[in-house]
Design a protein around this ligand. Sequence first.
Ligand SMILES: [Zn+2]
Length: 299
Amino acid sequence: MAAQTTQSWKIGDVTITQFVELTFEGLEAFLPLATPEAVLPIEWLNPHFITPEGVLKFSIHALVIETPTKRIIVDTCVGNDKPREMFPDWHMLQTSFLKDLEGAGFAPESFDVVLCTHLHLDHVGWNTMLKNDSWVPTFPNARYLIERTEFDYVNEEQEADEVEQWLKDSNRDVLIDSIKPVLEAGLVDLVSNDHQVCDEVRLVPTPGHTIGHVSVSIESKGEAGLITGDFIHHPCQLAHPEWSVTSDYDPAQSVVTRNQAFEQLADSPTLVIGTHWPEPTAGWIVRENDVFKLETTDD
Ligand SMILES: [Zn+2]
């Protein structure tokens, strides 16, 4: 797989660096209301976030946060060697993700914290890696922070009846190969949904996509940033906060969360970094004629 470009952003004394694992187009079945007819009229989505045909573009990437005292990785993508039969493009994946990270000066041993916004397969994959036929923690010196209700839900397999079977199966696979090995190594800290990670970084509750979903707030020297996680998957949801993905645990709550977050962020200087947004990946939410849109760094 071709090496991906790396972007980085500054929030005061904090640097955030992106490591892309995969980019792809499509997922119509996953965000069914975002048809080409519905997204093509949203002009600012073109060219970064949709193709000329109105197909959505996505990215799977990790975001490395460096504060003056901590090195943190937020969301660890799909990972290599993971059996994911129900997602053929992600099944037994082989990418240069870890080598890219290491090559840029981020050795796995150097991380203090691994932060998962939620426990879906594309956010926890590199929590572990395959070594001598077993799953071992990729970041052996890090504390892995997991929101407590999110952990209980997956660990106790408390899935609600309305959750689709494929998602239950996926959560179980993830538990076995990407959560239990770090738990058994004693590396997991269960935390609250507003946990302060260090002076500059804290969790913000953004429930709906999953039960204990969190976003990550960064504040330093009067500047602010927010890593979304999956409370929003694609920038088109700024224009349509009511569009939910089929894998939302509570679609109604996810709409409430998006509306609240956009209201708060609109016309603020907070740099919003999207967990699945393709390049340029970050921007500012603005309100225009009562509709939200994203202003990107190259606008
Ligand atoms: Zn995701």
